[in-house]
Design a protein around this ligand. Sequence first.
Ligand SMILES: Cc1cc2nc3c(=O)[nH]c(=O)nc-3n(C[C@H](O)[C@H](O)[C@H](O)COP(=O)(O)O)c2cc1C
Length: 339
Amino acid sequence: MLYKSLIRPILFSIDPELAHEASLKALSLIQGFLPFSKIPFKKHEVEVAGIKFPSKIGLAAGMDKACVAPLAWQSLGFGFVEVGTITYHSQLGNSKPRLFRLAKQESLINRLGFNGPGAEVVAERLKKLKQSNKLKIPMGANIGKSRIVNSEDKEAVINDYLNTLDKIQAYADYIAINVSSPNTPGLRDWQSAQQLISLLQPIKNKSLKPIFLKISPDLDEASLNQILEVANNLKIDGIIATNTTISRKNCPEWSIAEAGGLSGALLKEKSLNILKQLIKNKSDKLAIISVGGIHSADDIKQRLDLGADLVQIYTALVYEGPWWVSKATRDTQEGIISS
Ligand SMILES: Cc1cc2nc3c(=O)[nH]c(=O)nc-3n(C[C@H](O)[C@H](O)[C@H](O)COP(=O)(O)O)c2cc1C
């Protein structure tokens, strides 16, 4: 109530990216003083890909790209957090403005373009965090391609991912491979079977941690099945479905020409469709993390009932507020227990 009646109107009166930066800064400053979430974590523990998750509801990549407020996410009630996308090289991302609210539709369009301080800086933060032993929830590290690496030079792209993996993997519980952001030219091409194998095979050979692949919601059924085959053959541990969409279905007129990825309520249908296809065709061992348009406890329950192992949330935090997570988690888990 406090968020929707007081905090959200203030945040929505300023530029979306500025509001995001200010909120993140505030969370990073107070994270050490926030009480730990009251959710009875141990009671709901699940094991996915060999990792113990205290709850099935996690923070999606992009909210805390450079790992500045990890303890805040834990205190707010998330069962795991995924930082990133982390690129090997530091980069500014696309020119501003690059984040837009579709307030009536409870959605966002972003074309940030992997802005971040680079793998070295994030690795240092992750290392300190691990040494402090203060984070009690699993930490995923989402990695992607640096902009300065030429997309045409396939070997250089693969090495770029491998270099980031090298820097980060000791401090994360799982590694998410992002080949689905629409804001890095050529990135989504790595979802095609041949390129995907050439990228995932060396990553799999080098990785000491479970590998999750993050895919786009804009894939057709044949491409999705090819990805499942690759994941199966290479023994990939999980699929995170989905990233943002380039579709502008049901978007307001002004936003149709804005390039970038659409997230939030307008992504729900696509993300659900992909989840249903994945569940129908996947092998038993492959974990599925469903993300995209989850805005209520019912949405969470629906994904889990369909067969998702875990879920992630981003845009709902902007519209419902940070305290929504504990409430939704509690409602969902009570629902699960009584069902
Ligand atoms: C502003 C913004 C930035 C994002 N940045 C990333 C990113 O760096 N890497 C990534 O894998 N996904 C990124 N995402 C996608 C989210 O992780 C998530 O897959 C997507 O937003 C769908 O979930 P939602 O509808 O709950 O927001 C971003 C999303 C938003 C809104």
